[in-house]
Design a protein around this ligand. Sequence first.
Ligand SMILES: [Zn+2]
Length: 420
Amino acid sequence: MAEKPQRAPRAPATASNLDVAELSKDFENLMRSKRFNDFQQQSQNNSRTGSPAPSQSSHLSTLSPAARRLPIMPQHPQETASVKFCNLLRVLSVTPTKYENPGLLDEALTVIPLDRLYAEADDDHQIHQAQSASVGKKPQWGYQDFVIQSLLKWFKNSFFTWVNNPQCSRCFMPTIAYGMVPPTPDETARGATRVEGYKCSGCGTLERFPRYSDVWQLLQTRCGRGGEWANCFTMLCRALGSRVRWVWNSEDHVWTEVYSEHQRRWVHVDACEGMWDKPRLYTEGWGWKLSYCIAFSIDGATDVTRRYVRNASKHGAKRNRVPEDVLLWGIYEIRRLRREKLSEQELRRLRKEDEREERELRMFTTTALAAEITALFPGSSRLIRGDEQKTPLTQDEDAAQWVHPRQQSGSENTGPDGRR
Ligand SMILES: [Zn+2]
């Protein structure tokens, strides 16, 4: 700061907060998505079986980087880091495909107290309808949304348990983590990818905490941290008939998105926190900085970071794991894989849905930019507010509700390897 004395102290510093680079990046994202959808449609028209890989000789790649700031074409990963990241996404994308197993979903239904949840949802829905009618408004949520909200309450309060350090099985004293231990053949067979080792602070007994990623197993163990919670809860939402997404965040958190047929949009649900439709929880509530939030479903993958990071200059962490055009390629590949057996009609429906979501995500960015402009020019607040009110969809404005004692720092929420 001090080495730039030519700058007037206050006003330019504030103006720079608007961050033109961020603005153009948002615009770039927007154009890229449009181009991507056009491209996807085109390639589907041109060849049914052809590789989706964009030609490297595309005229765009010959343009200068500055000229390329507008639309980006998906690009094959070249460097090792990019290849690795795309592979990681592909591996992660398998998670929600495991839910599409009738035997598993039937099993899941046997553990859910269906009568209780449906009755509760019915009551809540009726109250909601009556309240909406009394103020002359259409109900914001539908019956199925209340079913999932009831599931959420039951899951957090009665079904699943949060485990930091497991209790000693002999004397019930607290244990202390001492590191990762190799899984036993039995743990491996039951799908434990990592096993944490703990030592009892009283009697010295060694305890193991296998981290299961297999949802069958989680129906039995009913405990874990963020990963287990999100995985099992997302599957249970699927069992109750909702379309689901399992959302992975590169800062090592995972959560759920459930499709609200009533609102025709994806709704954020965090089972660990019992939160429904509070996508700004992590950033504006807890002050986290997030780089990538990628939603995986049976229909593909979507970069939903903008839903969770409304103001990229304030809450966005550096997106440097992979070039943006390569990330796009990775997401495109996953969509192609998941959709390759779908009918033309289903593909068209999904494409429309992708476009609708893109408009929604774009609106979040626009609204955040508008709010920043409002902060710069207080006189324009009325104008901006009018626009903001047109953002119909989320009801996540009450910041006080999101703030929760569980903060990012919490070593108490991570295992011996520092992972949640
Ligand atoms: Zn003990």
